[in-house]
Design a protein around this ligand. Structure first.
Ligand code: ZN
Length: 454
């Protein structure tokens, strides 16, 4: 039997108070809003569901009140794309520091990517990572990494978010580029009933561009080294493989107008395709790389303003299904190396919700759409239940300072940006994991259960 899988039911916190009368699975939040401009109201949380406060509940559970101070209550973010870097790269992050960052950012469930050292490519490696995840403060799930030779692992992996395929090389040594092994991976995933999650960039195009570098370039060349054509070519190839094999496809970090056109068409044709966008591709563009240098080096690269606008359009028209942070921290020391050696990736767990809530307040995005992008849609696509709640402060503007960053990397491309919507309290299945700067116990998180049809 699988270990540590939660029972998919939200439990209400016991705040150390004994209630003789009220259902122990319910609590009252006093004075919260359920939408940014919504009325301030009291709500009852019962077994993970929001209910109106009924007179009987109101009376009997007075001692279980939590003051909401007029803040916004929203579902915790389910982040399908996170690199917690452990095992093997703990100088950048581990399950303790990374899930503190998640709790602080209102991310109450996250799925960890397999490009660690060693890479998570077998059931035994999944078990090793499950042991590390024991300290997690938020709920978690794992990806299995595809290699050219592990279709048996895909068949026997059990409870995984998806099989991650790197069609273009990035951090770590996972890469499946040749047609025959790629097709084997897609077929094995389809047979096992798990999606294929794609890092879709064409390795051939990237290698050819890298070979043309002199070696003294800076990070502003990165968008040329990994151009939009590389992403579109890989998306096209993955769609064809998906069609041939019947695999369900999850496209990670889609960042260009060209990819979005292909994926919009695939969705119209009724293909089983889920599209993810990252906050950094929405809130940063290639101009920011001048300022950020290697700290703005990420795969796929930050794109043109035109691509960025296309991504916002795709957020609004439903082509993008899910926001995933692609939280991919690296130590400063590594980012300070010359461009060719500096690793790609940036942290994102602590800033995603404030960035998006600020966009909501600015009228760039509807609130309900935002909630679906950060929790509802991921829950549906991956077959998990949303198990967390966030109380977010919309009235106080605050800019992130390096000293408050919980991720071990200690930096963020969004330092200094004035944002609202910072979480003030965060619950995971009823346990308070973040409370105005204090953190709950390590080990509160449980492995999520991926429920799929068939
Ligand atoms: Zn990633």
């Amino acid at each position: 039997m699988r270990k540590g899988i939660w029972d998919c039911r939200f439990q209400i916190p016991d705040f150390g108070l004994q209630s003789q009368i009220c259902n122990p699975q319910s609590a009252i939040l006093r004075g919260v809003r359920l939408a940014p401009n919504g009325p301030v109201q009291d709500v009852c949380l019962r077994e993970g569901r929001l209910e109106e406060v009924r007179p009987i509940c109101n009376l009997q559970s007075a001692i279980r009140n939590i003051e909401g101070d007029g803040h916004l209550l929203l579902p915790g973010m389910i982040d399908p794309h996170v690199h917690l870097r452990s095992p093997g790269m703990e100088a950048a992050e581990d399950w303790d520091s990374g899930t503190r960052a998640a709790a602080r950012g209102g991310v109450t469930a996250l799925f960890d990517m397999p490009n660690t050292r060693p890479a998570t490519t077998t059931p035994a490696r999944l078990e090793e990572k499950r042991a590390l995840a024991g300290v997690s403060r938020v709920d978690w799930g794992l990806y299995l990494g595809a290699t050219s030779g592990n279709p048996e692992a895909i068949a026997s992996a059990g409870n995984i978010a998806a099989v991650k395929v790197y069609m273009g090389s990035s951090t770590g040594d996972l890469l499946v580029d040749d047609e025959e092994p790629l097709e084997r991976v897609f077929r094995a995933a389809a047979a096992a009933g798990v999606p294929v999650a794609l890092h879709a960039e064409d390795e051939g195009i990237i290698r050819a561009r890298m070979a043309a570098l002199r070696g003294d370039e800076d990070a502003t060349i990165h968008g040329w080294v990994r151009p939009p054509e590389a992403a579109a070519a890989a998306v096209r190839r993955a769609l064809a493989l998906g069609e041939r094999t019947g695999a369900a496809l999850y496209f990670c970090h889609v960042s260009t107008e060209a990819e979005l056109a292909l994926l919009r068409e695939a969705k119209r044709a009724g293909r089983a395709v889920v599209v993810e966008a990252t906050p950094h591709h929405l809130f940063l563009d290639e101009e920011d790389v001048r300022r950020l240098g290697n700290y703005g080096k990420v795969n796929p690269p930050l794109r043109s303003q035109r691509d960025c606008a296309a991504l916002w359009e795709a957020i609004r028209d439903g082509t993008v299904d899910v926001i995933g942070t692609d939280h991919a921290p690296h130590a400063r020391e590594a980012k300070e190396r010359p461009y060719p050696e500096a690793p790609s990736g940036m942290p994102g767990l602590e800033t995603a919700l404030p960035l998006l809530l600020t966009a909501v307040l600015e009228g760039r995005l509807g609130f309900e759409r935002m909630v679906d992008l950060t929790s509802g849609s991921a829950a549906r696509c991956f077959g998990v239940e949303s198990a967390g709640w966030v109380l977010a402060d919309l009235s106080t503007e605050h800019s992130l300072e390096p000293g408050e960053i919980q991720s071990r990397c200690g930096w963020s491309p969004f330092v200094g940006r004035r944002l609202r919507g910072w979480p003030v309290k965060v619950w995971v299945r009823g346990a308070l994991v973040f409370d105005g700067g204090r953190f709950g116990k390590a080990g509160t998180g449980r492995e999520v259960c991926f429920r799929r049809e068939g």
